[in-house]
Design a protein around this ligand. Sequence first.
Ligand SMILES: [Zn+2]
Length: 323
Amino acid sequence: MPIEKRPANPIPKGTQPPLSKGHRVKDGENWNSVAKGASIDVWDLIEFNFNTRDPAEVNWYLRNNVGCVLHTADGKNYRFSSAAAPGIIYLPAIPKPVGPKPTPVSPKPDPAKDEEIQTLSTEIGDFLNVEKSLSWIDFYVGNTGRIHITGTGLRWIGDRIKDRTILVSVDDEELAQHGFYAMYKGQNRIDEATGTTIGGELVVGSSATHEGHFSGTWQTKYAIIHEAVHALLDARGLKVLSIRNECAAYIASVIYLRFAGIKVGSGWSDEFVQAAEIIEKFELYSKLGVHLSSQDIRPLAKAVKQFYGHSWASRDWDCDGLG
Ligand SMILES: [Zn+2]
């Protein structure tokens, strides 16, 4: 008989995890084959379903919630079959490319600067729309499948910068205070009074402009892709750990650097080096939809923690202007 242990607080039968889709198990399938088909680590998939990695608890769920009736050859575990009833497990669903559609905020009247900012916003938005390397940005971070960064999503952010849902500002002083090259300041998703969605703010340095236009250096392009990742997760209204948000931003923007021919190597801060190593290891420059588990990003997370501080890293992303 399979060894079973009843979990302390079992997930009720029929509970579907958020952002998931049901999968009917069949004869010949097993956790490995299903996980492989869904491009997810097998234990990540098990944890996604049962919130545990304890084999005895997994067996309990397989019999009680999935309705498995057959044993594996060694008799130690339950196995999938068409006879299982209801026989449903859950796979992480690919989240929609974008969150709720924000209502554009009316630009603040600022006569002297307004035209320049409008031009800068349009040109930054255009950059995100034409930048070819974004087509290769398509990966997941973390075990739940919620953090999905795509070029399509980043281009959508470009459009929100163009229509000024996300406002652009140039502020060297504010950046210097934080020691950042650029930053994204999220805002509350919903304005309680009006019920409308409010966008965020992208702060860039004066090096991003040249004679009234977007300077378009690789440094500023890098920074905009990095901040656009934060904006994308903000726009989806996702509450995610700061560390995962930051890792996602590094990975996406270092993919850009790779295509731009900028070699990340000695002399670079460790977050860049670790992001570059993940990109090579998982071939993120040529594979789409790769799931990076928390374990996969661990060296990068460690480097980011060292850079930003440990207490910050374990907090939820508070949309409060962290670079
Ligand atoms: Zn960041």
